[in-house]
Ligand binder design. Structure first.
Ligand code: ADP
Ligand code: MG
Ligand code: MG
Length: 914
């Protein structure tokens, strides 16, 4: 027979799967000998059985009875007793804490009879009726799902009629009257009486907790967080302790270190004569722990000891709920606490210094996402700020701008040089133009996967979503917060890392962590200033220590995607160990566009070659600069990839221009010379000829190299001559040539043969030895699936995971992301954009196949990734697992990739030893 019920004395913290997070930690505290009110946990397995069969397992009823009896015996009280009743709380608690689960019901066991017993026993009539009204209120709201406002309004009305402002001023008589009112609300709204039998109350509450596992909100949250629907929730039944038994009682929450800054010391709030959530609900002003010490030094001392005990035991910041009942401390919950990015780094290194954890563990305790948060510019914390509202932090950064309410205005104002923040109820694909133009985006609705959030993150635009206090009226062009009305054009400041929205301008300061990355520890430390200089200095040192450790342990190398000497310089400063992707298409833009136009429009081979020849010295100079920046480090240069018509004018624009000119000329009006007209006509014919229905899958990449004579040859020659020049100048160039979009080994053969001839020719002509490996970008499913053959010709593979994702899913990134990805996440088709985090089972499988077969065919094959996934934390872990040699990402993400590559190594190591 399955065991569905565990007393707190039976479990421990490692049983979160079975007992849920709250239950496992209550058991752990009990084991440690901390004062936890006795109780028991009903397992997640009972929930799973209930979900599959639709009924509570019959054994559960029996086991609950036995557990209740054990509780009654140990406390010497019994459930529903007329004289001295046992009361319990019923608390949900899944493995991961999640929104949408049933809220806790306190004081279960009270009824019309036992309330009298409670009053007598406690010698406090007011307390007894207060507890009873709370039970009916919470039970009605959570178990019967009655609108909670009805109870809250009745309570307010009672306070108003008695002329008092706080609930503690209501008398026993008032509360007794309120109980009757509340019972009436239950009767009216649910069509049944408030259940008087304690066991019926208990069973209804337990079933409600199980049912709440499947509320829409909980399901949605799980889908987004990728938590399995099969886990189920546990239920904790805890004997009540009372913080509302008068001034020597109270309830509180505390942290063993400051979760927002990481400062050591204890932080918390305490509210005398209160129960449960009162302390965080803002019903009365709370006291600090220092005030609590004044009030009740004995309980405070005990709490301090318990906090220290827990922190030592969990070896981490703990978050604690406690209650004091008539001078006696009770511990009601603990867990490893959530914290800000800065706190995470500081606490991790503090714990290393306190010899509680190792540096490897410190590395596991911080994330790349946290590091990247620390790298965004921040609002000056010394500045005076007026907080307007707080929404969800959707895309980090600090943005200041004028409020606009529609996409068109955003674009117009931005074009006029203004910084604008687009404020919308929610966004849709029509808002894209405005989102691109704006420095920041705010919505009053929607969550972290709403259209606004997904698109803003993709663009790196600061964004706050779901700021529900904002009443956005796009027609009236105002946004109202409370009684403050903000009109179009007023300035606001938004913090995409915290979700805060401020009124007016707030000065922005560069991140001290970026300064450290760019100029080193000493310079960064010399520059910290302001009220929290000491904390900032500690943070910068913490980042340095952990990142240095990550560099020491990681196996993956980190390269950067950089197209210019400038980018290459930045990438190197930020710690890149090479360039994984140097795109060459920008080398044909700007003033050079006419040259490539000449290549395309050449009427005969001679003209064609002349045009190419004109490009050679320019490209060579580009490569010389980049190779100089990257001296000694691998520099992977990708041959031209986009379709050539991207270098020509737009088809529609040009058609209109030629048509208008033709029409004018037929009337004898000539605004342009005959030559210009002739040139445009030829150009139009070329554009028409080259027009493709689906350019992404058209004439691009290696296909261009094969079809357009001399184009790749030009680039290969430029690379070879640049390398030769660097060698002659005493440098150590490590250029590599990468062939894009190959699907067949024959394509590689053709280009490789051509390249080898050119390299040999340049080497001979320049009198140097050239070692320039030639490899393939693996970005089409067919390339991955024929990796063994590709590896016969390619000396390295670099996975182009952007295109590989597009071609594996059949998604055109630019078309689908803004258009329907938010709906796809809402409906659970995808939990995160496959362009953001690698799709392990599809795209990842192709990568795995190519790695295995490529290495089998050529053991010294170098393997890397150069898609944006190279800087995505979760994807970095995947690339570590499949055994790539390096990841390459944009320079800004290099530190994140370094950190995550280190984490992947230590996590791999600790799970191996488990
Ligand atoms: P949540 O998961 O939302 O934190 P909890 O189960 O922790 O909900 O309970 C809500 C509040 O009720 C907390 O303040 C908690 O400390 C308090 N509480 C829960 N059980 C008891 C109990 N047996 N006695 C007194 N207070 C309790
Ligand atoms: Mg809690
Ligand atoms: Mg590509």
């Amino acid at each position: 027979m399955a065991k569905y019920v565990y007393d707190f004395s039976e479990g421990n913290k490692d049983q979160k799967d079975l007992l849920g997070g709250k239950g496992a930690n209550l058991a752990e505290m009990t084991r440690l000998g901390l004062p936890v009110p006795p109780g028991f946990t009903i397992t997640t397995e009972a929930c799973r059985t209930y979900m599959t069969t639709g009924v509570l397992p019959p054994e559960l009823r029996v086991e609950v009875t036995m557990a209740i009896r054990r509780l009654e015996d140990s406390l010497g009280r019994s459930l529903g007793d007329f004289h001295d009743p046992l009361l319990v709380s019923v608390r949900s608690g899944a493995k991961f804490s999640m929104p949408g689960m049933m809220e806790t019901v306190l004081n279960v066991g009270l009824n019309d009879a036992s309330v009298v017993g409670l009053a007598k026993f406690s010698d406090d009539e007011r307390f007894a009726w207060d507890s009873y009204r709370r039970l009916i209120q919470m039970f009605g709201k959570t178990v019967f799902e009655i609108n909670g406002d009805l109870f809250a309004h009745a309570l307010d009305a009672m306070k108003a009629s008695r002329g008092v402002t706080v609930d503690t001023d209501l008398t026993a008589g008032d509360l007794q009257e309120l109980v009757e009112t509340f019972k009436g609300i239950v009767r009216e709204q649910s069509g049944r009486e408030f259940p008087q039998h304690p066991r019926e109350q208990l069973d209804l509450a337990i079933t409600s907790v199980f049912d709440s596992w499947n509320t829409d909100r909980a399901r949605l949250y799980r889908r987004r967080e990728r938590i399995s629907d099969d886990l189920g929730t546990a239920v904790n039944v805890v004997s009540m302790v009372f913080g509302n038994l008068g001034p020597d009682s109270g309830t509180g929450v505390c942290f063993t270190r400051d979760p927002s800054t990481g400062k050591p010391g204890d932080y918390g709030d305490y509210l005398p004569n209160a129960q449960g959530e009162d302390v965080v609900a803002g019903i009365r002003n709370t006291l600090s722990l220092a005030d609590f010490e004044q009030l009740d030094p004995v309980s405070h001392g005990e709490l301090r000891l318990a906090m220290r005990r827990l922190e030592t035991h969990y070896r981490d910041l703990c978050d604690i709920e406690f209650t004091v009942e008539r001078g006696k401390l009770w511990m009601l919950q603990t867990r490893v606490g959530k914290r800000t990015a800065a706190a995470a780094f500081r606490i991790a290194t503090q714990l290393v210094d306190e010899h509680l954890i190792t540096l490897d563990e410190a590395l596991e305790r911080v994330t790349g996402a946290q590091l990247s948060k620390l790298m965004f510019p921040q609002f000056d914390s010394d500045a005076v700020r007026t907080l307007l509202a707080t929404g969800m932090a959707a895309s980090p950064g600090a943005a200041v701008g004028q409020v606009v309410f529609d996409s068109v205005t955003a674009q117009e104002w931005a074009a006029a040089g203004k910084d604008v923040i687009l404020v919308r109820r929610e966004t849709n694909p029509d808002d894209l133009g405005g989102m691109i133009a704006a420095v920041g985006v705010v919505t009053s609705r929607g969550g972290k996967t709403s259209h606004a959030a997904v698109v803003a993150r993709g663009m790196g635009t600061t964004c706050v979503v779901g700021a529900e206090q904002l009443d956005v009226d796009a027609t009236a062009r105002t946004v109202t917060v409370g009684d403050r009305v903000i009109s179009e054009g007023e300035t606001i400041a938004i913090d995409g890392s915290t979700g805060e929205i401020f009124l007016g301008d707030v000065p922005v300061v560069p991140s001290p962590v970026v300064q450290y990355l760019e100029e080193g520890l000493e310079v960064a430390l010399a520059n910290v200033h302001g009220a929290d200089a000491e904390e900032t200095a500690e943070l910068v040192k913490a980042v340095d220590r952990i990142l240095t450790h990550a560099d020491a342990v990681r196996r993956l190398r980190v390269h950067a995607n950089a197209d210019t000497a400038e980018d290459a310089h930045r990438a190197r400063v930020w710690g890149a160990q090479g360039i994984g992707l140097c795109r060459t298409e920008h080398m044909f833009l700007g003033e050079r566009r006419v040259l490539i136009e000449r290549v395309i429009l050449a009427r005969d081979p001679v003209e064609h070659q002349a045009a190419l020849d004109a490009l050679l010295p320019l490209q060579r100079a580009d490569f010389v600069d980049i190779l100089e920046q990257m001296d000694g480090l691998p520099t992977t240069i990708r041959l031209i990839d986009p379709p050539l018509h991207e270098f020509l004018p737009d088809l529609t624009d040009l058609s209109v221009k030629v048509a208008l000119a033709g029409e004018r000329r037929s009337r004898g009006v000539e605004e342009e010379t005959a030559e210009e007209f002739e040139r445009d006509t030829v150009l139009l014919a070329a554009v028409q000829r080259m027009h493709e229905a689906n350019p992404m899958l058209g004439l691009r990449g290696v296909r261009l190299g094969i079809v357009v004579p001399g184009l790749f040859a030009l680039q290969i020659r430029a690379v070879a001559e640049a390398a030769a020049q660097r060698i002659r100048d005493g440098g150590h160039p490590h250029a590599e040539i990468m062939i894009p979009l190959a699907a067949s080994v024959m394509e590689l053969h053709l280009i490789r043969d051509e390249a080898e001839a050119i390299l040999a020719e340049v080497a001979a002509a320049e009198g140097v030895e050239l070692h320039i490996p030639i490899g393939a970008m693996i970005e089409l499913p067919r390339a991955a699936l024929t990796a063994d053959r590709m590896a016969g010709v390619a000396e390295f593979f670099s996975f182009g995971t952007n295109d590989l994702t597009q071609t594996t899913w059949g998604f055109s990134r630019d078309d689908v992301e803004g258009a329907f990805f938010s709906e796809y996440t809402d409906r659970g088709v995808i939990s995160v954009s496959p362009f953001e985090t690698i799709d392990r089972s599809g795209v990842g499988r192709l990568v795995r196949i190519a790695v295995e077969e490529g290495r089998a065919a050529r053991p010294d094959l170098t393997l890397g990734v150069c898609g944006e996934h190279g800087g995505d934390p979760e994807s970095v872990h995947f690339f570590h697992e499949v055994g790539l040699d390096y990841v390459s990402c944009s320079p800004f993400r290099v530190p994140v990739a370094r950190l995550e590559a280190g984490r992947a190594t230590v996590e791999g190591a600790s799970s191996d030893s488990r």
